[in-house]
Design a protein around this ligand. Structure first.
Ligand code: ADP
Ligand code: MG
Length: 243
């Protein structure tokens, strides 16, 4: 369903992603861990062309693009098959929760407003925020704002949702409600790639944990293996520091 082949990203002379090969099945829950500055965000951003990769191939569903030959239309199509949840929510401050959730359906997917708002209402219901439909982000808690961020990703019906440290900006009191919503999505087998430092989430929810260091996949496997029996010294070292 998702396949990356030799995906690379250079910023000037610095090689941030160094040939990532990865295949993800439909419904799989992937958690990505690794030291800071090691390319985790860049990897997610390259998958939906928030950053243009330097080289390699990306497949989502039946669409395969060579990043150096990708047409504008292919990039747009790839973007529409993926959705991104940002650390800082990235909601529109001047739009209500309902409008935030409906935004991409109206602007990108060109749905009629009525239909988009209907869908957005259903999503708000599912994420437990039906009563906040007309609220603006500034009047909501961090946890509620991030749930809207996730609802916006859900609304698109994307093949995969990419989460970049979705709880890192939250006050501790809001972390659980956001992880809870992510667990709900995981139990519905929404394909997800999640960069997080929440190791309990990784343990409970991930089908596969991928450890990245220096822009490469160092080690991957089920959480039970990665956490209790890491093979590579770099993985061992990282886990010692955070567990
Ligand atoms: P992580 O998410 O694992 O902390 P990032 O993917 O954000 O790491 O960054 C990896 C490296 O790429 C860092 O050294 C960072 O400084 C560099 N980097 C990220 N984005 C840019 C950019 N737009 N321009 C130049 N360097 C960047
Ligand atoms: Mg990051």
């Amino acid at each position: 369903m998702i396949e990356l082949k030799s995906l690379s990203k250079h910023f000037g002379k610095s090689v941030v992603l160094d040939g990532i090969d990865l295949t993800i099945k439909k419904g799989e829950i992937i958690v990505i861990i690794g030291p800071s500055g090691t390319g985790k965000s860049t990897l997610l951003r390259c998958i939906n062309f928030l950053e243009h990769p330097t080289a390699g191939e990306i497949t989502v569903g039946d669409l395969t693009v060579d990043v150096n030959r990708a047409s504008r239309a292919e990039i747009l199509l790839l973007r529409r098959r993926t959705a991104f949840v940002f650390q800082n929510y990235a909601l529109f401050a001047n739009k209500t929760a309902l409008e935030n959730v409906a935004e991409r359906l109206v602007v990108v997917d060109k749905w009629p407003k009525e239909k988009a708002y209907q869908r957005a209402r259903e999503i708000l219901e599912r994420i437990g925020l039906a009563d906040k439909a007309d609220a603006y982000p500034a009047s909501m808690s961090g946890g509620q704002q991030q749930r809207v961020g996730i609802g916006r990703a859900m609304a698109t019906g994307a093949d995969v949702i990419l989460f970049d440290e979705p709880t890192s900006s939250l006050d501790p009191e809001w972390v659980e409600e956001v992880l809870g919503l992510m667990k709900q999505l995981a139990s519905e087998r929404q394909t997800m790639m999640v960069v997080t430092h929440e190791m309990s989430f990784a343990r409970d929810v991930a089908d596969r944990v991928i450890f990245i260091d220096g822009g490469r996949i160092v080690e991957q496997g089920p959480p039970s293996e990665i956490f209790s029996n890491p093979q590579d010294p770099r993985t061992q070292d990282f886990l010692k520091k955070i567990l």
